[in-house]
Design a protein. Sequence first.
Length: 293
Amino acid sequence: MQADQENRLMRFYIVLIILITSSCEFFKPKEIKEEPPIVTVGDNRLVASDLDGLFPKNISDTDSTKLAEKYVDDWIKKQLMIARSSENVNVNEAEIERKVLDYRYALVVHSFIKKYIDQNLNTEVSEEEIARYYEEKSDNFLLKQNIIKCMFVQVPKTAPNLRKFRRNFQKYPEKNQEEVMSYVSQFASKTFLEDSVWVIFDEVTLGTPLEGIKDKKQFLQRNKYSETSNDENTYFLKVFDFKGADEVSPLEFIKGDITSIIINKRKITLKKELEEKIYEEAEQQGLFEVNRN
């Protein structure tokens, strides 16, 4: 059934291309209809039937009237701008006709290609594919910022037992895990506790005294534990791992990006595949002829 649907879509696409390439008449304005115009600007007329299907059917008469009035007003302004521009600019009609053709082609064909891709795209990407792409293209994944695996806790200075929490935090995760988590849940005002997840260092330290560090890479090399404070808060940071800017990104940090890249490559392949199918079918049916003399 899907094959029949794809064949119908391809036949539609072929007819569309032939119509587009064979004559520009396809894109000429509609013939003037024998009905009284709503408004006339120069030789251009806007009639009621030109508004058919432009507005949603489930809106009120009042809203429909407002939309129609706006459309008419916009139409008048466009016609006036075209007329004034034509008086003051040397218009290349052939160039404009080509651009209109290209624009219409882009609109119609884009919708058709998108539908074909949606019907045929495989969005499942295996871990093996991701790892292989990472190995082959690792030089393309240099970090632009420092990233870390860490625990970060912001505690108000008014919180109780800060000294005890400091000792427990310094020994975490080897010891005192429950005590640290219990204290954090009760008193911390900001935390990052996913110590196995890569995160951008600047995002963790945003709005803290650590934000102003000049050589952040050197800081991370020298400090696995740090504590800073201001008038309101004390900030505890424990770094378990880090990668500096310009180093190759860890795979875990960019796995989502690689997945998107692989899927986008599949989309490009499907688009080329569709173009080739349509070309070959049109060639077999004699829908075009190339004069090579």
